[in-house]
Design a binder for this molecule. Structure first.
Ligand code: 13P
Length: 249
């Protein structure tokens, strides 16, 4: 267990200049001095806007993806150095929506993790099983395979990553994993990290994501191996996101 939990909002492909400004205004007004770390992972076109708006507040900035390449002919991509110029502290890598819709393999996710670390950006590495995989009893095998690829490529540097367990069947569905279901998978991931990074494993934050909301956050966040949350829908509503932040330690 890490000392401070991390609550990260994943805005996905939502927002506008006006909506971002009012959401961040409400968050800054309500956040006070949070016990946890807080980040908002915003669409790339809004990095400059949000960098300015979060300056001097407890809110930090994250991206939703990162290129494996440093520069060059890679149309549509953003390098770690570019993200860094906008004050990006975190980059989500391997979100299930990118694995599913953009064909991101375990190897690509591992390479993106390395690219983030090379730019001193903390990767939030997502793992998680589909409903079919859970029902087939493959949950452990799937998340361990996904994390193993990242460990294999990044070695002892994995002490610098954040892991997010996001069961695909819980994302955007309103079906949250029960605290016990989530804790069971987090314990598996913790043991795997322990094997790879021994004494550092306890300090690697493992976030839960998937329909976390103002009502269920406190119970999820009180599990011993849940070190924060990666929040989609509820991060777009200031009162809900603030309640989740207040539930974290
Ligand atoms: P929801 O909170 O909308 O289920 O999304 C979770 C998620 O995918 C965060 O990355």
């Amino acid at each position: 267990m890490s000392s401070k939990q991390l609550i990260a909002g994943n805005w996905k492909m939502n927002g506008s200049l006006a909506a971002n400004a009012s959401l961040l205004e409400a968050l800054k007004q309500g956040v006070g001095t949070p016990a946890c770390d807080v980040a908002v992972c915003v669409p790339a076109p809004y990095l400059a806007q949000v960098q300015t708006l979060v300056a001097g507040s407890p809110l930090t900035l994250g991206a939703q993806d990162i290129s494996v390449h440093a520069h060059g002919a890679y149309t549509g991509e953003q390098s770690g150095a570019m993200l860094k110029e906008f004050g990006v502290r975190y980059a989500i890598v391997g979100h299930s929506e990118r694995r599913q819709y953009h064909g991101e393999s375990d190897d690509i996710v591992a390479a993106k993790t390395a690219a983030a670390l090379a730019s001193a950006i903390t990767p939030i590495v997502c793992v998680g099983e589909t409903l079919a995989q859970r029902e087939a009893g493959q949950t452990e095998e799937v998340v361990k395979r996904q994390l193993a690829a990242v460990i294999h490529v990044n070695g002892h540097c994995i002490s610098e990553i954040v892991v997010a367990y996001e069961p695909v069947w819980a994302i955007g569905t309103g079906k949250t994993a029960t605290p016990a279901q989530a804790q069971a998978v987090h314990a598996v991931l913790r043991a795997q990290l322990h094997h790879a990074a021994s004494e550092h494993a306890a300090g690697i934050r493992i976030l839960y994501g998937g329909s976390m909301n103002a009502a269920n956050a406190a119970e999820l966040l009180s599990q011993p191996d849940i070190d924060g949350g990666l929040i989609g829908g509820a991060s777009l509503k200031a009162p809900d996101f603030l309640q989740i932040i207040a539930a974290a330690r």
